[in-house]
Write a protein that binds this ligand. Structure first.
Ligand SMILES: [Zn+2]
Length: 136
């Protein structure tokens, strides 16, 4: 599985940003939906927060929100959803860009596997490997 931050960076061009749903089935969705779309996961329950944690189990761990909303502890998945829904999509008080969100994810996600860096930066079509649906 590629890191969440990378999947999100890939998926942001596949879905239009939309709050509250992993995907609305019409080409829009949230940051986690973008990531799932990028790795080729079929999103069956669009408003089910567990879908991304099946792919990236570390999302279930608890963290502190990286924004200034207050220090309530929540899971990484909830924190990402909150940042996306409340700060990227609508910014009453604290504006985040999707880039900032991805950068934050980069800073907190576990290093899962040694990075296979493509030095020439040419995206080959070989990278969407088969996704094994492995339950936790
Ligand atoms: Zn917040």
């Amino acid at each position: 599985m590629i890191p969440l931050s990378e999947a999100m960076a890939l998926g942001r061009v596949l879905l239009k940003p939309k709050a509250m749903f992993l995907t609305d089935g019409e080409g829009s969705g949230c940051a986690l939906g973008m990531a799932l779309t990028a790795v080729g996961v079929k999103i069956e329950k669009p408003s089910f927060i567990e879908e991304p944690t099946i792919q990236w189990p570390w999302l279930k761990k608890s963290c502190e929100r990286p924004c200034s909303c207050g220090g309530s502890y929540c899971s990484y998945a909830q924190a990402i959803t909150h940042i996306f829904d409340d700060h990227v999509m609508k910014s009453y008080w604290e504006l985040w860009t999707l880039d900032q969100l991805i950068d934050w994810i980069k800073s907190v996600e576990p290093a899962e596997e040694p990075k296979r860096r493509k030095k020439n930066g040419h995206p080959s079509n070989a990278s969407l490997a088969t996704v094994e649906s492995e339950a936790r």
